[in-house]
Design a protein around this ligand. Structure first.
Ligand SMILES: [Zn+2]
Length: 374
């Protein structure tokens, strides 16, 4: 099966009322893990790569890894999507190497940075102009396009903005009509990166209902939707190498035993210091709020941070237990397994699971014909 156009995956999900996760990748193990999760849960899916990921993989490695993923998992409808495309040049490169979908983030001006180092928001008219140019180009190849209206706060690779501006529902209809986008990223209070919220967030979920009313046919996208679960940040922070043998007043740290003459409390204090948390307290978007957003009309859910946390936590745990380990398979393999588990759980939670055989995937040629008569 060739890679599937994202528009079809989202249209099918929208018609049946479930969400589809879009998971970011940089390397082979992440791609394998996400494909395995889709296979196990019978889920269609979107794999996405940022500009940073394209540079990291020198473009061609990502292209061939995705071709391998499709060959290895012929049953899984998978779209390959460019996350936060900044210019038409990036979009052209992505389409050239086989992406079936691109995002053009016209909400921010990537060419200029403000004094604080963040990208300034673009005007409504500028956003429309930049996005329309990409839609005209991409649709001629049958490639789907996601635009963005409103801006998210936070940091995502080289997407940095201080300002979070919720999407104005009064602008949505005009934006979709004048640009012709297939999917629209909306800002409802989520943010990029691991450090989203100090407390449980209250997203502007009513805004989703408002926006759906204005553009009922357009797939809506939630960025910055990792849940940053405490188990994962705890797993990153916990150093299991620090074991206490209280009776012998011994601390086992990274495979070595250290004797101490401290009293029990002192031993405990030293162990705590050695296992000092590295990631400060943080919260993401609870799964229950994502499920609520899907019920209200969100179809695509972008997840990056949770996968990164799972991979990092697992690698740390392996090295903490076996600091002498030097075979990359011995830590990348377990990291891949933990990522597959995290993504499979999301596929079930978002409602994607079980929809693998619902439709026959279209090709880019099919979509090219569809857009030509539109
Ligand atoms: Zn984003």
């Amino acid at each position: 099966m060739p890679m599937t156009p994202m528009k079809q995956i989202l249209d099918e999900a929208k018609a049946k009322g479930y969400g589809v996760g879009a998971y970011n990748v940089n390397n082979m193990e992440q791609i394998q893990a996400i494909m395995k999760a889709a296979n196990q849960t019978h889920s269609p899916l979107i794999i996405q790569a940022s500009r940073g990921a394209l540079e990291y993989t020198n473009f061609c490695y990502l292209k061939h890894l995705m071709l391998a993923a499709v060959e290895d998992n012929p049953e899984v409808p998978v779209a390959l999507h460019l996350d936060h495309g900044d210019t038409i040049e990036t979009v052209k490169k992505a389409i050239e190497i086989g992406f079936t979908s691109v995002m053009i983030d016209g909400s921010l001006d990537y060419g200029h940075k403000t004094k604080s180092g963040s990208h300034a928001p673009r005007s409504f008219e500028d956003n429309i102009r930049v996005t329309r140019e990409v839609v005209d180009y991409a649709h001629a190849y049958g490639v789907s396009v996601e635009g963005e209206l409103g801006t998210l706060g936070g940091i995502e690779e080289d997407t940095v903005t201080d300002e979070a501006n919720l999407t104005d529902p009064d602008q949505v209809e005009e934006f979709v009509k004048r640009t012709g986008v297939d999917a629209l990223a909306i800002a409802i209070g989520t943010s990029h990166g691991a450090y989203k919220f100090k407390h449980e967030p209250k997203l502007a979920l009513d805004l989703v209902n408002e926006i759906v009313k204005r553009v009922p046919k357009t797939a809506l996208v939630m960025h910055g939707s990792s849940s940053v679960p405490k188990e994962l940040t705890d797993a990153v922070n916990t150093c299991p190498a620090v074991e206490l043998k209280m009776d012998k007043r011994v601390i086992l740290f990274q495979g070595q035993e250290y004797n101490t003459s401290c009293e029990k409390d002192g031993v405990r204090l030293m162990a705590d210091l050695l296992a000092k948390p590295n990631m400060p307290h943080t919260m993401g978007v609870p799964i229950s709020q994502i499920q609520d957003a899907v019920k209200r009309g969100i179809t695509k859910i972008n997840v990056d941070t949770d996968g990164r946390l799972g991979v990092t936590a697992t690698i740390r745990q392996v090295f903490a237990r076996k600091p002498a380990e030097f075979d990359p398979r011995k830590y990348l393999g377990p990291a891949r397994d933990s990522l597959a588990k995290i993504i499979a759980e999301k596929m079930v939670a978002f409602g994607t699971a079980g929809h693998i055989g619902d439709y026959k995937p279209k090709t880019l040629a099919d979509m090219k014909a569809f857009y030509a008569v539109k």
